[in-house]
Design a protein around this ligand. Structure first.
Ligand SMILES: C[S@@+](CC[C@H](N)C(=O)[O-])C[C@H]1O[C@@H](n2cnc3c(N)ncnc32)[C@H](O)[C@@H]1O
Length: 374
């Protein structure tokens, strides 16, 4: 069994831990902005292919003391890098965290890179070159106090880049956050889902992938672990083929979106087209003021403008009031969720949330608010 660490957005640790557990991870432990877990190589591939919430999955190689640069250098050299990196492969080192002596991540990364390539030169007479853009092997080091954790990044480009979304709208949600919010809303594919401010369609796409049992990783053409010396192509192809075989072709319950802006709806259509979902998810151009429930009661999710990225806070107060009125008067029997990045605006909804969950949308601390509409 190996030790892994899934990096996640702040606030999503517990929901990501549940997802990893469901995928078969062992010893699952939520930590700050990540989840530690254990498992075999098949689990690593399965998590990269199927997990909807993490950004990347790290394979932990070891820990060392790092009170200063020399200690870190020595600690990194205790690992036999020939098992992970051949001289003809390129490398990149990413450092996070700091302590009193190692307080610049670039400097920390440089120490680690030097320790690795010096070992290669000493043992093999040749060294890897650095490629920060598309490295063959990406090494991750996290400094916390006087302890460093050294890992290999098994993912490469962040998992939120599913590969199905060429159009990104005006203020899109990350796919990983949208997937987590759907889980936190306890939406399941047997419930209708409606997003009346769908923008480029992130909630709709993530919900549809889940409902059709489509692994989010099947759209990607590359994972970092494919460059590793222990890469098992048969196992990987088996897991990918199995994922494709297990897909469902049709939604059994409606997933529907609308937005007032024709341009973003066109982007949502482009994304649905790439995800091969354009014929299954109805989209309509509608202002919230005229929206009616498009199906039997289900879950309404939305990510309205906050005022700091789109529009102006004062003008938005009326809009938030309208949202509350529309929910209350027309959506009886539904449960509505609003991603709120601005508590002042949220008060204008005028309804009492039955649950408030703290999540981070990039650097903005938000609340995922649940409203029961009787
Ligand atoms: C923050 S964006 C949503 C982004 C979306 N979640 C995504 O991932 O692309 C807010 C959306 O609300 C829409 N919107 C703003 N005012 C609206 C109104 N009165 N009626 C309907 N949609 C509105 C905007 O056009 C915009 O697409």
């Amino acid at each position: 069994m190996s030790e892994y660490f899934a990096t996640v957005a702040r606030g999503l640790e517990a929901v990501a831990a549940r997802e990893l557990q469901a995928l078969g991870a062992r010893n699952v432990m939520p930590e700050f902005t990540g989840v530690a877990f254990a498992g075999d190589r098949a689990l690593l591939y399965r998590v990269n292919l199927w997990a909807r919430i993490p950004f990347r999955i790290l394979l932990i190689l070891g820990h060392c003391r790092c009170r200063n640069a020399e200690e870190l250098y020595t600690g990194v050299q205790t690992i036999d890098w020939s098992a992970y990196l051949r001289p003809e492969q390129t490398l990149a080192v990413r450092a996070t965290g700091k302590n009193a002596q190692l307080n610049h991540t670039h400097y920390t990364a440089l120490q680690i890179k030097n320790a690795i390539v010096d070992q290669q030169r000493q043992t093999m007479g040749r060294r890897s070159s650095v490629d920060t853009q598309q490295p063959d092997v990406s090494i991750n080091v996290h400094v916390r106090g006087d302890r460093a954790t050294i890992s290999l990044d098994s993912t490469g480009e962040s998992l939120h880049r599913r590969g199905y979304r060429p159009a990104v709208g005006t203020a899109p949600l990350k796919e990983t956050l949208a997937a987590a919010l759907l889980d936190l809303a306890e939406w399941t594919p047997d419930l209708p889902l409606f997003d009346p401010m769908c923008g480029s369609g992130t909630f709709l796409l993530e919900a549809a992938l889940k409902a059709l049992n489509i692994a989010p990783g099947v759209f990607r053409d590359r994972f970092a672990f494919e460059q590793w010396s222990d890469f098992d192509p048969d196992l990987w192809n088996h897991l990918r083929n199995q994922a494709v075989d297990e897909q469902r072709s049709h939604l059994l319950h409606p997933i529907i979106g609308s937005d007032r802006d024709a341009t973003v709806l066109e982007e949502a259509r482009t994304n649905l087209f790439y995800g091969d979902l354009v014929h299954q998810i109805p989209l309509s151009q509608q202002d919230l003021a005229t929206v009616e429930p498009p199906s039997a009661p289900g879950i309404l999710v939305c990510n309205p403008p906050y005022g700091d990225r789109l529009g102006d806070v004062e003008a938005l107060q009326e809009f938030y009031k309208l949202m509350g009125d529309v929910f209350k008067q027309r959506f009886k029997g539904w449960v509505a969720f609003v991603l709120s990045g601005n508590p002042t605006l949220t008060k204008h909804i005028g309804l009492r949330p039955s649950k408030r969950m703290i999540v981070h949308n990039g650097s903005i601390e938000c609340r995922w608010l649940r409203y029961e509409l009787f």
